[in-house]
Write a protein that binds this ligand. Structure first.
Ligand code: MN
Length: 202
């Protein structure tokens, strides 16, 4: 349910590292557990991937308001796309895979319903994979992100990344910019429209 002992991926990774278990175990990220933890599916995938701990995925979805793990068969193509985008960016799942930790809804009580549920789930993630690949092939997002964070590749930005900058140095740098610091636009709505364009055409 919503109040989980292993709250989120970051907490679980910390637990594994604390007890020297991170060489033997990786994360199995579940879409609905991410939601219950107050995160997005893709957030938990990314946290796991950048820590070298992405093992496998429970491919389901939950009810966004219920606060309970309903383990529904996934039909949210947008969410599946964001998931498969993270998987592609992580270079795949290695020895892991996608598992269906999902059940039919109670009114769907026939064998045909069960077959159709698996077809739905597999088709959702297959379409998500195609759309994720299309987003990467479109290139707009990656190009924007590379440019957006280019200041971390040299100067004081690189010193931050290399762990060589102090808070005093950063304070002095910020003050030296006065009121002229221009962070540039994050273009969030534009980028979201780019993703919609990949899904539904320009
Ligand atoms: Mn579950």
């Amino acid at each position: 349910m919503k109040h989980q002992y292993d709250f989120d991926a970051a907490t679980a990774i910390g637990f594994l590292r604390q007890y020297g278990l991170d060489k033997d175990f990786k994360m199995n990220i579940e879409a609905n557990h991410a939601l219950l933890a107050g995160h997005t599916f893709e957030h938990e995938l990314r946290i796991s991937a950048i820590n070298g701990m992405l093992g496998s995925i429970d491919a389901n979805q939950g009810d966004p308001v219920l606060g309970w793990d309903t383990d529904e068969f996934p039909f949210d193509v947008y969410s599946a796309t964001m998931c498969m985008y993270e998987v592609l960016k992580a270079g795949g799942l290695g020895n892991g895979g996608l598992n269906f930790d999902a059940k039919n809804r109670r009114p769907s009580n026939t064998r045909e319903d069960m077959v159709q549920a698996f077809i739905l789930g597999m088709d959702t993630f297959a379409l998500g994979l195609l759309k994720a690949a299309a987003i990467i092939e479109d290139g707009t997002l990656d190009a924007f992100r590379k440019d957006r964070y280019s200041s971390f590749e040299n100067g004081i930005g690189k010193k931050i990344v290399d762990g060589e900058a102090s808070l005093e140095e950063l304070s002095a740098y910020a003050c030296s910019l006065g009121n002229c610091a221009d962070p540039g636009s994050g273009k969030q709505e534009y980028l979201q429209s780019v993703i919609n364009g990949v899904f539904f055409g320009e």
